[in-house]
Write a protein that binds this ligand. Structure first.
Ligand SMILES: NC(=O)c1ccc[n+]([C@@H]2O[C@H](COP(=O)([O-])OP(=O)(O)OC[C@H]3O[C@@H](n4cnc5c(N)ncnc54)[C@H](O)[C@@H]3O)[C@@H](O)[C@H]2O)c1
Ligand SMILES: O=C(O)[C@H](O)COP(=O)(O)O
Length: 531
């Protein structure tokens, strides 16, 4: 951020403590309820944008946000943010999914009980001076089967609580291992329809995706138990609203409890006409505790992301937990160095890149290292345009095929080794690097040459003939140009043939010195590398 205070636009309510944290390091404008046209107009002035489930962060907003680096979602669902567009533009999207899940889980159970026992209807009757106890006959949860669709954070929270009600918990989530079902005491259903057929209560806890929109629809209501009760505290439309209205009319569904709607606010929604539909205005996360956690966690993430740090819960980067980020930091640096070498040493476009993670590193989240490598690869040719978020997209766009291989068994004696093989225009180039005992990155192989080089800001890679009297004049020429050599290493494969000398110098080498050293006897080529 070049030392200037960043500017942050806050587009919805977050707690005062979070605003104070942001204001300690940034200039903050709060525009609660900002409309789309105004957001598009002013976004160019901001480095970060903070939203909740509104406003919409469209491709247009991101495109116009010329200096936008971070979109922070104070909450969980990012379906109001065009994450793909953010990724293409290198904008980091962070959210705080762990911070409000207890509140959303508890609200789910509140809705389930409220609808099963007609609480809002009974409450209103008494308030209106009535009594009419017999009208409010409900169902117990005790001994019933609840079908949980999506056994993630909130689904699993709900599962463990409902076990305490002595419910049989069944769940459908094809994207998690069996072990997770066991951990939360849920029986795994092979198909959604198996779950639907057996459930007295159905509650959905998936994100809103192409696959989950309308996943509880006509087909499911047709096979559901008569008298099933449904709850949606996830996202509007996961339970198809038209199909639900039909199933309510047909008496298939005994009650529905909804915190979320396809269109919010849900004024005019036909579901509001049904007495047995209990509704709340998307307040699953509306507790003091959740909003405090959401706001303060997000303030920390946004400020860190603005400093270029990797933060947990970055939606458009592979998931790393807090302590993993520290372990991975030196590897990230190493991967980026390996990437930076290529276009500075070679003038052949890379068509295919294979990254091989060998030893202990193969057990870690290597996806993020591949992104760091791609950032390093493209930055000499694309400058600041490339970052971890858009590196993969930019590489793909340039026709670079990237693949990863992992082998936990070390073949070279290194605890961890990252090797990269580039192919393009019939050429094959290979680099490898590791971490030294102090966790500092080392380049240990450049094509066939074995070395142990510390990457530094100014480096020279010199191929020369392996014979006496070549290195001395080279070093002297640098000395005469007042360029100090901090480190020098020479490696060869065959005695008397071509050798590689790598130097770290304390200052950039000017053009005339480069011309001079390139002409020295025995020197084949001299390449300048900036790390
Ligand atoms: N009402 C609210 O105020 C409120 C508050 C917080 C979260 N939410 C919403 O709750 C939902 C769940 O949040 P979470 O934090 O538990 O998410 P999560 O990512 O932890 O869990 C979602 C689970 O859904 C599963 N899933 C995805 N696609 C599926 C499919 N097609 N079929 C079955 N399972 C599928 C995933 O494997 C995952 O386990 C999200 O939609 C979120 O936006 C709502
Ligand atoms: O996804 C979420 O975090 C919840 O739906 C809450 O949304 P909100 O921040 O707009 O209340």
């Amino acid at each position: 951020m070049n030392g200037a205070r960043p500017k942050i636009l806050v587009g919805d309510k977050i707690v005062d403590e979070a605003l104070e944290m942001l204001r300690a390091e940034a200039d903050v404008d709060v525009r609660i309820g900002i409309g789309q046209p105004e957001l598009e107009e002013i976004i160019e002035n901001y480095d970060a944008l903070i939203v909740r489930s509104i406003p919409l962060v469209t491709e247009e907003v991101i495109r116009r946000g010329k200096r936008l680096k971070v979109v922070g979602r104070a909450g969980n669902g990012v379906d109001n943010i065009d994450v793909a567009a953010a990724t293409r533009h290198g904008v980091v999207v962070v959210n705080t999914p762990d911070s409000n899940s207890f509140s959303a889980g508890e609200h789910t159970i509140a809705l389930m009980l409220a609808s099963a026992r007609n609480l809002p209807q009974a409450h209103q009757t008494v308030k209106d001076g009535g009594w009419g106890r017999s009208r409010f006959m409900g169902n117990e949860l005790y001994g019933k089967t609840v079908g949980i669709v999506g056994l993630g954070r909130i689904g699993s929270f709900v599962a463990t609580r409902l076990k305490a009600f002595n419910m049989r918990v069944i769940a459908y989530d094809p994207y998690i291992p069996l072990e997770r079902f066991k951990r939360f005491g849920a029986e795994r259903m092979e198909t959604l329809n198996d779950l639907v057929r057996q459930s007295d209560f159905i509650t959905v806890h998936t994100p809103k995706t192409e696959e989950t929109i309308g996943m509880i629809g006509m087909e499911q209501f047709r096979i559901a138990k008569k008298g099933v009760r449904v709850v949606n505290c996830a996202r509007g439309g996961i339970i198809d609203e038209e199909a639900l209205a039909w199933a309510l009319k047909e008496g298939i569904v005994a009650s529905a409890a909804l915190d979320v709607f396809t269109k919010e606010p849900c004024t005019g929604n036909p579901l509001l006409e049904f007495d047995n539909v209990v509704v709340t205005p998307h307040i699953g996360a509306t507790t003091f505790e959740a909003q405090h956690r959401v706001g303060t966690d997000l303030a920390n993430y946004v400020l860190s992301a603005l400093k270029g740090e990797i933060v947990p819960n970055t939606v458009n980067l592979p998931c790393l937990l807090g302590e993993e980020i520290d372990t991975m930091r030196p590897f990230l640096e190493l991967a980026e160095y390996l990437g930076r070498l290529y276009y500075q040493l070679e003038k052949v476009p890379a068509e295919r890149v294979e990254l091989i993670y060998n030893g202990e590193i193969a057990r870690k989240e290597t996806g993020i290292l591949t992104l760091a490598f791609l950032k390093g690869l493209l930055s000499p040719v694309m400058g600041d345009q490339v970052n971890l978020v858009n590196a993969s997209w930019l590489a793909e766009n340039r026709g670079i095929k990237v693949c990863e291989r992992r082998d936990e068994v070390s073949k070279t004696g290194h605890v961890s080794l990252i090797s990269v093989i580039f192919t393009g225009a019939g050429r094959r180039v290979e680099y490898a690097g590791t971490l030294a005992w102090d966790q500092s990155p080392r380049i240990v192989r450049v094509n066939g040459y074995q070395l142990d080089v510390v990457p530094t800001p100014y480096m020279l890679f010199v191929e020369h003939i392996d014979r006496p009297g070549v290195i001395g004049p080279f070093a002297s020429a640098l000395g005469e140009a007042d360029i100090n050599i901090a480190m020098m290493q020479v490696a060869r494969t065959v005695k008397g043939e071509v050798a590689l000398m790598i130097l770290s110098v304390d200052s950039p080498v000017d053009e005339s010195t480069l011309r001079r050293v390139r002409q020295l006897k025995g020197i084949i080529n001299v390449k300048v590398v900036f790390m």
